[in-house]
Design a protein around this ligand. Structure first.
Ligand code: ATP
Length: 423
């Protein structure tokens, strides 16, 4: 089959790499892609905001499946437009993508389906939100309802900081995304990610991971899109994964279907492992970046066939096998990130991929035949090992084979688990 993959990040490079290995794949197209994706796919320029132009391309090239990498086109209804044109899509409809696109929508669904999550109040007016703060204890968790590129959450230590954050949100800091705000109870625990594919009815567990959101070692400094990840996450034991499936994922999928909004694609649950058990922090309607990179490193089997089965409602009986080894990825970012990253710095990957390591491209570009940095997060250097400790050693050996003078990375990806492995 021919497949069209939409997106341009490290997540999409990992998907392209795995799709290209799929026995069922004939041709892989990607848009817009990046220099790494271009090694696996034919990159084409398409405007994802012009849904009909994407559909026309898919028809012209006999594309059997469109895989949508990022969330924005899904929240915008691209999957609906393509399905209306008879094209199979891996990714949820606009109505189902509200699980990521509206935090209030998800909280209400959790309340109805009795899914464990933090207590909350939704509010669409500043005065009302300020009054609602009295129902919570510090630290206050304040969230813009809509998509805010991972920046729409403020954890305020005291009431003054919370009031300022609320005023900013209603004042337009996050545009339309902040027209409504969710205030949540603060949950204590360790965070982990759990992934499941669903065709709307059947659910295929698709692995666990832990990422590292903060820019600095020891999880210090400002939040980023993610500085590294590893999979599996041993903290999410088999028993906890069963609980997540039964208490969180299954009731979500069933409620969405019962409401007439079947969810198709990957459901990515951000979890807090609290003393009372796993609780949902948030849903994402696409793979995590960089969690996808470590999942793809471990996945065995035909990704294109699995995704097509998911898109066609034929997931029953489909298996997904993952290598038992740990995969670990280190994000190399351009200096300045997550502020203003330095662009144009030269990159040389000549020896980086020896010894089984894989370098996924995120913000790279080609200039006069040379590879340069062209974004905040630039490379995802990924390796496997029998333990998190071994995977980390191999990943940093590969990092040290990368020449990227204007780049930096954290040197402690996997530290929580490595501390546990030492005990
Ligand atoms: P992402 O970048 O993951 O898309 P987001 O902006 O959609 O983030 P959330 O995942 O809901 O927002 O929250 C971001 C982070 O804030 C979480 O990873 C977690 O560390 C923290 N957080 C969110 N909600 C809570 C809560 N109720 N209690 C404690 N911490 C929380």
């Amino acid at each position: 089959m021919n497949v069209l993959l939409l997106g341009s990040g490290g997540r999409e490079h990992a998907l392209a790499w795995k799709l290209a290995q799929s026995p069922s794949l004939s041709r892989l197209y990607a848009s817009p892609g990046n220099p790494g994706i271009a090694e696996e796919a034919e990159c084409v320029a398409l405007d994802v905001n012009d849904h009909m132009s994407v559909a026309r391309f898919a028809h012209e090239k006999d594309v059997a499946l469109v895989v949508v990498g990022p969330e924005a086109p899904l929240v915008d209804g691209l999957a609906d437009s393509l399905r209306d044109e008879g094209i199979a899509v891996f990714g949820p409809s606009k109505a189902a993508a509200r699980l990521e696109g509206s935090k209030g929508f998800t909280k209400d669904l959790c309340a109805r389906a009795e899914i464990p999550t933090a207590g909350y109040v939704r509010s669409a007016a500043l005065d009302e939100a300020r009054t609602a703060l009295a129902k919570f204890a510090p630290p206050f968790v304040l969230k813009a309802d809509g998509l805010a590129a991972g920046k729409g959450v403020v954890i305020a230590d005291d009431i003054d900081a919370a009031e300022i954050a609320l005023a900013d949100m209603f004042g337009g800091q996050f545009g339309e995304a902040g027209a409504e705000v969710v205030i949540e109870e603060f949950m204590e625990g360790e965070e982990a990610s759990f992934f499941a594919l669903t065709d709307g009815t059947f659910i295929l567990p698709f692995g666990s991971a832990q990422d590292h959101k903060r820019v600095g070692e020891g999880d210090a400094g400002p939040n980023t899109g993610g500085m590294g990840a590893y999979s599996p996450a041993p903290v999410l034991t088999r028993e906890l994964q069963t609980r997540v499936m039964e208490e969180i994922i299954r009731p979500t999928v069933e409620t969405m279907a019962a409401d007439g909004n079947p969810y198709v694609g990957v459901l990515y649950a951000g979890l807090m492992l609290t003393e009372a058990g796993p609780k949902l922090i948030e849903y994402n309607c696409r793979f995590g970046d960089p969690e996808c990179q470590v999942l793809m490193m471990r996945l065995r089997g035909d990704l294109a066939a699995i995704m097509l089965a998911c898109a066609r409602g034929e997931l029953k009986g489909v298996r997904a096998d993952f290598a038992p080894e740990t995969a670990l990825t280190v994000v190399m970012a351009a200096k300045g990130y997550p502020g203003t990253p330095e662009k144009g710095g030269p990159i040389d990957l000549r020896d980086a991929e020896s010894d089984g390591a894989k370098v996924f491209h995120a913000g790279t570009a080609q200039k006069a035949g040379a590879l340069i940095a062209n974004g905040g997060r630039v490379l995802n250097v990924t390796a496997s090992g029998a333990s998190v400790t071994e995977a980390q050693t191999r990943a940093y050996e590969a990092v040290d084979r990368v020449s990227f003078p204007t780049g930096f990375c954290r040197r402690d990806i996997g530290w929580r688990e490595i501390e546990r492995e030492r005990q």
